[in-house]
Design a protein. Structure first.
Length: 132
């Protein structure tokens, strides 16, 4: 019972707080079109894209941290969270299109989605390990 309560606290406190941080990162005037971070490459991947993917991994983990979500109930509930997070990622990038100090970039959106997919993959791998 205590573990379930802890999971609910993690989900309903960390998820909104982390979502708010991502929204602020999307709308604040940091890392504009002429930023230095856009010119740093790591293994031929722009650091900006790598960071976009990395910050969306915890969002996916916070969204589906509930232990009640077992393998039998996994598809429908998890699909709902997955779609919601993809929409969230798309909206945060779409908002940047209308901000003069930010730039919309489809590669940023793809990096966000990749981060969400990696986060869900980590959760699935962890859950399958416990079931087997």
């Amino acid at each position: 019972m205590l573990h379930r309560f802890t999971n609910l606290i993690l989900r309903w406190k960390l998820l909104p707080a982390y979502s708010l941080i991502l929204i602020l990162l999307a709308v604040l005037p940091i890392n504009g079109p002429g930023s230095q971070i856009n010119h740093i490459f790591i293994i031929h991947i722009r650091l900006d894209y790598l960071l976009h993917g990395l910050v969306y991994i915890p969002l996916a983990v916070f969204a589906v941290i509930d232990r009640k979500l077992m393998i039998s109930k996994l598809p429908l509930r998890t699909l709902g969270w997955f779609v919601a997070l993809i929409i969230f990622a798309a909206v945060t990038e779409w908002i940047q299109y209308y901000l003069p100090y930010r730039a919309y970039n489809i590669n940023d959106l793809l990096s966000n989605i990749l981060g969400i997919i990696i986060g869900f993959t980590m959760i699935f791998a962890n859950r399958i390990k416990f079931v087997i």
